[in-house]
Design a protein around this ligand. Structure first.
Ligand code: ADP
Length: 529
């Protein structure tokens, strides 16, 4: 316990609130970590620290959130997660900053408003392809799990009722064995103002369970990779060529597989990182400010046989049910790491704000207010409860972020206070006694991921993002478990995202980074020859 911590503060259990839609794994992980479940009959109505549910919160709920509370949704994020809105935002960005930059979204038409544009494009392509077929997919804007999807090459087969999108069907997917797959990449935005994006360095790969065949567009088991569909297919249990039984791999297994084919998995991962940043940037300026909330997104990315990542959609409240061993190993850790990340984030905000206050900044931190009222408040702010540590005034915000990372400061382990109250579940991570090794708590990730191939011994300092090959002036970003900061990714983007978002400047930096990464890859290739 830090010296300035009031006695008993660290002994207060954190309290989580749920509703009937909260995934089971979230509850079990929080209980494992020593949290208590909110019970309205036993507790004061405001006596909770985290409210996690599947649906969004009303603006009034955001406005009334207390300094010690955190919500698992940010307002305004459905701009990304509704297929039609996603298309509109990305198309708008393409018009502003150059269509090639946003060419990771397959050409998309929002129905019914874009119907005539689609028809014109359909016939243009038909003519260009001569006798060859062109392929399209029609997806309801608001449905998920593959419901209502049709794939067609003849416009006569197009039927749609409600709002939907028609998208170019990617007909050259990268196949494993002979099966189509796509990646579920988890992304946590801990704030839009300033924009802060983390990517999870583990994830899932979802397979179709029947062989890919453009000759049979009606076979959902061959063309759709949704596990809700494939689990009920006749081939789900069968041992399939390369894929094996079931319909999911972990991302680390997929990347190992790619490496075995000599694929530059690092370059692919970097491209995916860029897709994520560019996508979130499309809505960031228009998202309303809200404190104490975060959003965990599921990005669905399809890789084609040229190793180009295509964004298929962004999921709100990505599925967290545990249906197979890959789910268990990925999703449990994902929730552990999400909790760790939001704790860290609130801690950094609090430090930043308290340092701001110390430096005479007019802004008063929420956490500061909370602390200011001292013992009058029933609880401390989310992060205060867990760990306190002073910063040197000389530290930059990024350095502060790095020094508060639990990989660097094992005093910040979230189990500290709670392990005294409850017997800790065997799978719960204990506070390391010695300095922890990077990712040592996730042995499965040793095979992962591009970062391993990128980060060579010298670069494997704590908190170094695999996405960023930093300039010498850049202090590596923070990491929480397997979450790695991908935005901001250097000091320029840090600056361009603080007082308002300078999207143009950020995009310039991203283009510079892409250029640098491409030259590094080219150099590597030449050296190998
Ligand atoms: P849903 O929200 O219903 O899951 P998705 O957009 O994720 O909708 O599409 C479901 C599945 O359909 C994807 O997982 C993928 O396998 C396939 N799919 C979607 N869009 C495309 C596309 N443009 N090209 C190829 N396959 C696609």
């Amino acid at each position: 316990m830090a010296e300035d911590e009031p006695p008993g503060a660290s002994l207060k259990p954190l309290v989580f609130r749920v509703d009937e839609t909260t995934p089971e794994v979230v509850q079990s992980v929080l209980l494992e970590r020593g949290w208590s479940k909110f019970d309205q009959h036993e507790r004061n109505v405001e006596d909770w620290n985290l409210y996690w549910r599947t649906s969004s919160f009303r603006m009034a709920e955001h406005a009334n959130v207390k300094p010690w509370q955190c919500l698992n949704h940010h307002p305004g994020t459905t701009r990304l997660t509704r297929k039609d809105l996603l298309a509109r935002h990305l198309q708008h960005m393409g018009r502003l900053y150059g269509t090639p930059l946003y060419a990771f979204l397959p050409p998309t038409f929002v129905m019914p408003s874009d119907y005539s544009k689609f028809v014109a494009e359909y016939f243009k392509e038909k003519q260009a392809l001569d006798a060859k077929l062109s392929y399209w997919i029609c997806k309801p804007a608001e449905l998920s799990r593959g419901r209502g999807i049709i794939i067609f090459s003849d416009i006569k087969n197009l039927i749609f009722a409600d709002t939907c999108i028609i998208q170019k069907y990617i007909c050259n997917p990268l196949l494993v064995g002979r099966y189509k797959c796509d990646l579920r990449v988890y992304v946590c935005v801990t704030g839009f103002k300033p924009l802060t994006i983390y990517i999870y360095q583990e994830g899932l790969v979802r397979f179709a369970t029947e062989k890919f065949d453009l000759g049979d567009l009606e076979n959902s088991y061959a063309h759709l990779t949704n596990s809700s569909i494939n689990r009920s297919g006749a081939s789900y249990e069968k041992i399939k060529e390369v894929v094996g039984s079931g319909c999911k791999w972990t991302l680390s297994r997929f990347f190992s597989y790619l490496r075995s084919w000599d694929v530059d998995d690092l370059l692919l991962w970097q491209k995916i990182n860029h897709v994520v940043i560019l996508t979130v940037l499309a809505i960031a300026p228009s998202v309303p400010f809200a404190a104490n909330c975060f959003e965990l997104f599921g990005f669905d990315i399809l890789i084609d046989d040229n190793l180009k990542p295509w964004l298929l959609e962004v999921n709100y409240s990505p599925g967290l049910s545990l249906e197979c061993s890959a789910d268990v190993s990925v999703k449990r850790r994902l929730i552990h790491d999400t909790i760790e990340l939001i704790h860290l984030h609130s801690l950094r905000n609090e430090r930043k704000e308290s340092c701001g206050a110390a430096n005479g900044s007019p802004g008063v931190s929420l956490a500061g207010k909370d602390r200011g009222q001292g013992s009058d408040l029933p609880y401390e702010s989310f992060s205060q409860l867990r760990c306190r540590r002073g910063f040197s005034k000389d530290e930059t915000p990024v350095q502060k972020a790095v020094t508060t990372c639990p990989e660097n400061r094992h005093t910040c382990q979230p189990q500290e206070a709670l392990s005294r109250q409850k017997e800790v579940h065997p799978s719960t991570r204990e506070p390391p006694k010695a300095k922890p090794k990077a990712r040592a708590r996730h042995p499965a990730l040793k095979t992962l991921i591009p970062c391993v191939s990128l980060i060579q011994p010298r670069g494997r300092e704590k908190g170094l993002s695999p996405h960023v090959q930093p300039d010498s002036s850049w202090v590596p970003g923070p990491q929480a478990g397997n979450f790695v900061l991908i935005f901001p990714f250097n000091e320029a983007t840090f600056g361009a995202s603080r007082n308002g978002l300078n999207v143009r400047r950020i995009i310039q930096e991203l283009q510079k980074l892409t250029h640098k990464q491409c030259s590094q890859v080219a150099e590597k290739k030449i050296k190998r020859k």
